[in-house]
Design a protein around this ligand. Structure first.
Ligand code: SAM
Length: 220
């Protein structure tokens, strides 16, 4: 799979994308990340991508021309704009994006992009939550990390996705590892029992109980 990221900060992605599961996925060739510097599509000496908003007001708006030039050649890909006004990102969306051959992510800055970009060059708008970031890069990174681990072959054991949070509308159960007793704080006895039936039952009940308490909306 290939993900093209349009940004004014292409260097933003290099360190996080060299680490962990997604770093390994890129190294092994499961995932290719192409960062496109939006300023390469500007003409003036100052490589300006923003201008004052029509109607006045604070802040600057990303101009249509550089974005149009960057996005037009990517019309065969699914072009996603990161924006707080977008559809809230969830696991189902990541599952769907992970099946694509080529995805394009557009990172806004300033007050966002000229609305005509959305109307003519964007297929989907995605938000990573009900809060405002200074730019779309962290949001794009969250998408890349979420998608990268879903590409078949990237996680060694396919089972590890099956019991995760948001599968079957449930949160994952709590996890424990050694030591079994840390200054009197004990691991639940059932996990030490070796009885796989009881362990599975306990895990299933924990998943349901946690979801009920913390995220009843998922059960709806
Ligand atoms: N003026 C915009 C508003 O009030 O909705 C906020 C613009 S924000 C400062 C700059 C850019 O950050 C946005 O264009 C978008 O690309 C990105 N961004 C900020 N918050 C985001 C979120 N929750 N999800 C996705 N992208 C976000």
């Amino acid at each position: 799979m290939k993900i093209t990221v349009i940004t004014i900060f292409p260097g933003y992605f290099s360190s996080p994308l060299s680490a962990g599961v997604v770093g390994r996925a890129i190294e092994a060739g499961y995932l290719e990340i192409e960062t496109v510097d939006l300023r390469d599509f500007t003409t003036g000496f100052h490589r300006q991508v923003d201008d004052a908003p029509y109607g006045g007001g604070a802040g600057m708006v990303m101009m249509i021309e550089p974005l149009a030039k960057a996005l037009a050649p990517l019309s065969e890909t699914v072009r996603v704009l990161m924006t707080p006004a977008g559809k809230p990102l969830d696991q189902e969306m990541l599952d769907r994006f992970a099946t694509l051959d080529h995805l394009t992510l557009v990172c806004g800055r300033y007050e966002g992009v000229d609305e005509r970009v959305v109307e003519h060059f964007i297929d989907e708008e995605v938000s990573v939550g009900d809060f405002v970031l200074p730019g779309g890069e962290a949001a794009a990174l969250a998408m890349i990390e979420g998608i990268g681990r879903l590409i078949p072959g990237v996680l060694g054991n396919d089972q590890s996705i099956a019991g995760e949070s948001f599968r079957d509308s449930l949160l994952a159960e709590p996890h424990y590892t050694r030591p079994a007793d840390y200054h009197g704080w004990k691991v639940p006895e059932v996990l030490l029992s070796g009885d796989h039936g009881r362990i599975e039952e306990w895990r299933a009940s924990q998943r349901l109980e946690r979801t009920r308490r913390r995220r009843p909306d998922l059960l709806d």
